[in-house]
Design a protein around this ligand. Structure first.
Ligand code: FUB
Ligand code: ZN
Length: 672
């Protein structure tokens, strides 16, 4: 008996894995932050009241949930939606709802999720396989050409079996964290165990055609501490770049593997190429694996890839993936406005990745980019009504040329509906991006009014942030330790407040700002020493201490690197983190005829009753009138109204412009 016990203990020790490595900077997760913010809380409320129920209802109406039901044999039928990856929309909706439950407890929603999860459980095959298209139709007849006649064989090209799994794992972890329930987590674990049995160095080899399983596996690993999941995530990443494409996938048009980021081993990739959502998820997955294993080669690669994106391939709004064919990154500095693609999912993926880059390096430049995306190119994806969306995010709509491919208005849903539930899940998890910690250092990254608690040496430290950001630059942080103690509070000084429109110089301010940020503690001004984008205060903090940050908020002109052809000779306008645009509605019906001369003042005003309350900028433009021929040009002065880019297309269709010529040149004569 004694021997058996010893053996059992030994066995447990061998099998009990203790996670020793992870991100050095630890985020305060969404479930530990209470929001009170005037900007985000109403958005999260709309997300809870409208977007999430809308996404769930659409998943039900369009047959996405029915696919699970048919696979579960709860009803007869054939796979009834367009894409085998439609399962993932259900998972993303569950993930979104789970985050939201944390902030807004809702028994009805919780039960609804349980009933959906029960159907998902029944759709899972006994060995853990979960992919409704094949369970319904094992040989793939209804998805001809997409999923192949056997499990996994078309994963690289089309099937998305591993993609669906990745979204399942993310949803399962969010649901478990928010509710403590294992119903979805157990489904995910069973599926991951099957995938681990099938794939590996001595087993089947493939690459996930659409990355995301790497992130999902890393999350599962953190929750379960089962290192098979971490090894599998790394295996899938390391499989990239090994396939010989020559002549094999000729019909795809993406023969060299760039589309899938499969053209080189991941550790050798330096330039962001191919499908932008896949890339963003992959870089985020590499960051996770780098953090969890200490792999330096991954770090070197993602550091370069970040430079590639942030210094050459990102729109001013934070949007990425300039080219619509292949939903992909363009070449360096290829950032056309009239044909911009900038899929909302790609912006979501960039938020995930930039957050992880911060967690690896502790540098604020990653949060600068994350903030740029959150306040511009991400929330532009959803209308104020919470139920109409952009899949691609135009940078310009003009009635004369070029914008034919751009989405000119928002849609209620899409046949390929990846974006709406992706918006819902990121929106609901925004509270998780505000704070972080490293040892006895607290990081304040975003200025979103909220409250949280840290713990050092068994001491509890409450932190409360109050602001009217992004409209006002005054941010007050109350630091309340349970007893007087020494620790560090590091507050991000946004790059834009220090004269950097973009940390990489892809965009810069046209003029240097003479105002600078200032910080005081309990009313006493502090020296502003900014390191890695933070101002840090190590001191004995006591209950009631108040740190006040004031950021300069004047509206400023931005210019792009001269190599961005489409923005040459043009300026855009930014105030704080918000990028502005003009809509025809506010500008006599047109924007493509407008010039913004250098001398025109930019005047800011907050309008409470306009588009749910937002800051508007007015100025004086020159409007071009072309009389009879292009040689007969007249301009007239005209009032210019600019609104935040995220709020465009809430009042019907019309022209829209972010970049304005500074003067008349051959290239900007394109309007009536
Ligand atoms: O392939 C799944 C999703 O559909 C991608 O992330 C989107 O870009 C769209 O193609
Ligand atoms: Zn999408």
């Amino acid at each position: 008996m004694k021997q058996i016990i010893i053996l059992f203990v030994l066995f447990s020790v061998v099998n009990s894995y203790s996670q020793t490595k992870d991100y050095p900077f630890v985020p305060v997760t969404f479930n530990k932050v209470t929001l009170s913010d005037n900007f985000w809380k109403p958005k999260l409320q709309v997300n809870r009241d409208v977007t999430i129920p809308f996404c769930i209802a659409k998943c039900e109406e369009t047959g996405r949930v029915k696919n699970f039901s048919i696979a579960a044999k709860l009803e007869p039928g054939a796979f009834c939606t367009n894409y085998a990856f439609d399962d993932s929309d259900v998972y993303k909706a569950i993930e979104a709802a789970s985050y939201s439950l944390q902030l807004f407890p809702d028994k009805k929603l919780e039960h609804h999720l349980d009933s959906l999860i029960a159907i998902v459980a029944k759709a899972q095959e006994p060995d853990g396989y979960l992919y409704t298209a094949r369970t319904i139709d094992p040989k793939g007849g209804t998805q001809l050409g997409r999923m192949g006649t056997e499990r996994w064989v078309k994963e690289r090209e089309h099937s998305h079996e591993l993609y669906n799994a990745g979204h399942l794992y993310e949803a399962a972890v969010a649901h478990y964290l928010a509710t403590g329930k294992r119903n979805l987590l157990d489904i995910a674990i069973k599926n991951a165990n099957l995938i681990d049995q099938v794939f590996g160095p001595d087993k089947m080899h493939t690459i996930p055609g659409h990355q995301v399983i790497e992130i999902g596996l890393a999350k599962l690993y953190r929750i379960t501490k089962d290192d098979r999941y971490l090894k599998l995530a790394k295996f899938f990443l390391d499989e990239r770049g090994k396939f010989n494409y020559a002549g094999k996938l000729s019909t795809d048009g993406f023969q060299n593997g760039e589309y899938w980021q499969d053209h080189k081993p991941v550790i050798d990739q330096r330039e962001a190429v191919g499908h932008a959502v896949r890339a963003g998820y992959m870089y985020a997955g590499m960051a996770d694996v780098a953090a969890l294993t200490g792999n330096q080669q991954y770090l070197t690669a993602i550091d370069s890839l970040w430079q590639s994106v942030a210094s050459k391939k990102m729109y001013l709004t934070g949007g990425v993936g300039a080219a619509g064919d292949g939903e992909r990154f363009g070449k360096n500095y290829e950032l056309p406005n009239a044909t911009a693609y900038a899929e909302t999912c790609a912006a979501v993926a960039q938020v995930y990745w930039n957050h992880r880059m911060f967690l690896l390096h502790g540098e604020a430049k990653y949060i600068d980019v994350l903030e740029k995306i959150l306040y511009n190119g991400f929330i532009s994806g959803v209308a104020l009504d919470g139920k109409s969306f952009f899949y691609s995010n135009a940078m310009e709509i003009n009635n004369v040329e070029g914008s034919v491919e751009a989405e000119r208005k928002r849609s209620g849903w899409f046949s390929c509906a990846c974006c709406p539930p992706n918006i819902a899940r990121l929106m609901a998890s925004v509270p998780g991006y505000i704070y972080a910690q490293r040892d006895k250092e607290i990081f304040i990254n975003l200025f979103i009014s909220s409250k949280t608690q840290f713990e050092f040496d068994k001491q509890k430290i409450s932190v409360t942030l109050n602001s009217n950001y992004p409209w006002d630059g005054k941010i007050v942080v109350s630091v309340d330790p349970s007893a007087k103690s020494k620790f560090t509070v590091s507050v991000r000084i946004p790059g834009w407040a220090m004269n950097h429109a973009m940390p990489t110089g892809l965009y810069s301010f046209a003029e240097t700002n003479t105002e600078s940020p200032s910080v005081s503690i309990n009313g006493v001004n502090q020296k502003l020493e900014v390191r890695n984008g933070y101002v840090s205060f190590t001191r004995e903090w006591k209950k009631g201490d108040k740190l006040e940050l004031n950021l300069p908020m004047s509206a400023r002109r931005v210019v792009a690197n001269n190599q961005v052809m489409d923005d040459r000779g043009k300026v855009a306008v930014q105030r704080g983190p918000i990028v502005y645009c003009a809509e025809g509605k506010d500008n006599q019906g047109a924007t493509s005829n407008l010039i913004l001369p250098d001398q025109a003042n930019l005047v800011y005003e907050f309008k409470t009753d306009f588009l749910n309350g937002l800051g508007v900028i007015t100025s004086s433009a020159k409007a071009i009138k072309i009389e009879s021929s292009q040689t007969d040009i007249e301009t007239k002065s005209q009032a210019l109204t600019l609104i935040p880019y995220f709020s465009w297309a809430n009042r019907g269709e019309g022209e829209m412009e972010i970049w304005f010529p500074k003067r008349i040149t051959g290239i900007n004569i394109k309007s009536k």
